[in-house]
Design a protein around this ligand. Sequence first.
Ligand code: HEM
Length: 147
Amino acid sequence: MTGFLGNAYLWVKAGHIIFVIFLMAGLFMMPRFFVYHQECTPGSDEDRKWIEREDRLRRIILNPAIIIVWIFGLLLMFDIGAWVNGWFQLKLLIVLALSGYHGWIVGYAKKLKRGERPLTGKQLRMLNEVPGLAAVLAVILAVVKPF
Ligand code: HEM
């Protein structure tokens, strides 16, 4: 290992992947929560329970995971100078889109909290395909490095 991380590189990479798993779990769970949440009446007991579950998922899993994934990912990037590689540039675009999706999820939870229900359950289920697709591409790019 030649970069500034030295032998710690593989530990940072392990941490990166561990928190990617937590992040993806949260990104898959939240829209499922939304589907059930928005079937209940705003202001009801059930509504308050879903708001609490969504707040906890955001505070305990989603937000810490995305911060740590970015910190570890950027450390790896600087260590190996990854930005010159095509696979990394495309991966960066995909993870930026995934971070945008994360932001959208947090925003949608706030709307539900206010009693708004902008999307249908079917639309939410379809949007739930986005993180899966992004993860498939990001992993292939990082592991296979096809270009
Ligand atoms: C958030 C910003 C991210 C940055 C800046 C970033 C950057 C990096 C870098 C530079 C590496 C090192 C590659 C190597 O050692 O050859 C890496 C490894 C990896 N990344 Fe990311 N990453 C990010 C997010 C993600 C996400 C969201 C996923 C999956 C959904 C992911 C999956 C992986 C995997 C599986 C590896 C291990 C590749 C290997 O060496 O076998 N990363 N990442």
